[in-house]
Design a protein around this ligand. Sequence first.
Ligand SMILES: NC(=O)c1ccc[n+]([C@@H]2O[C@H](COP(=O)([O-])OP(=O)(O)OC[C@H]3O[C@@H](n4cnc5c(N)ncnc54)[C@H](OP(=O)(O)O)[C@@H]3O)[C@@H](O)[C@H]2O)c1
Length: 310
Amino acid sequence: MRGFITDPAAQAGLRLADDLPEPTPAPDESVVEVRAYAANHDELNLIARRPDGWRPGQDIAGVVVRAAADGNGPAAGTRVGCYLDWEGWAERVPVPAHCLAVLDDRVSFEQAATLPVAGLTALRALRVGGAVLGRKVLVTGATGGVGQFAVQLAVAAGAVVTAQVSSPAREAEARALGAHQVVTSLEDETLGPFHLVMDGIGGPLTAQAVRRIAAGGHLAWYGNIGGPAELRLGDFYSQGWNAHIVGFISPVPEETKGEDLSILAALVADGRLTPSIGLRVDWTKTPDALDALSRREFRGKAVMTVSDLR
Ligand SMILES: NC(=O)c1ccc[n+]([C@@H]2O[C@H](COP(=O)([O-])OP(=O)(O)OC[C@H]3O[C@@H](n4cnc5c(N)ncnc54)[C@H](OP(=O)(O)O)[C@@H]3O)[C@@H](O)[C@H]2O)c1
């Protein structure tokens, strides 16, 4: 079977191997034939850190080719999206029932592949704020893989959304996602106060965001792409008395990953959530896509399609 493995000597640290073992599923696992997958910023770091021969791949969509032996999970032939820990960038992969969502015919494999890590991060980080109807929500890095979903989901939940983007060139994209206000900096003291901040940037932006939180509000902090953050107690005393910072991680809780993926896939099917796909390539070009991701040459998600199955 073919699939990508880590190889420090190869482009982007990744090589397409053709001698991988076929999946040997546990009784509660279906075997899914992969039709599309997406790459996440964090996977760049994982590929660099893992030893030779490690197999990346968290976000996949495809077709069940063998149903789980224990009778749980979908029948062979069912279209599914899956949130895996690893090994997904291959022709076939074993998937536990709690990690998959059945796809409506209106959701393409490419769209479904964008949803697991980025979509669950946005959905679950939004829940940190509880009811957001009519409340102000700030999303940092709003045109990135997670940010695009965070803006759309917060708007869909009725929030008044401020999108922070890296430059004026991104403003139109953030407006197209539905943001009510778009900013390139958080220095303006009149911004907010925000009931919820969804932050994947870190660095100096996090302390600025804390200074814009409402009293008792929340900051769901899931990324440090802008570097380490330095916080002072006084940052909370601007207006965010008794505010909360949540060190957020998307795969927890593990047992409801498929359930949450189903929510996102249903929103896509209904046209209420539109994955932004900035790069589409054949899966053999995955190293090119990872290079483009590390250089941020596109917005939204990079999706690979697996069309030449043997
Ligand atoms: N904790 C978790 O479970 C979890 C899950 C998913 C992601 N994450 C983290 O969340 C962050 C975003 O991930 P992603 O997949 O959305 O990455 P991504 O697709 O690469 O998007 C990153 C976004 O951040 C923006 N950005 C980068 N540096 C910035 C800066 N200094 N100031 C303002 N904006 C900046 C980029 O803007 P430009 O395109 O304009 O450069 C882009 O919009 C990463 O840190 C990732 O590690 C964490």
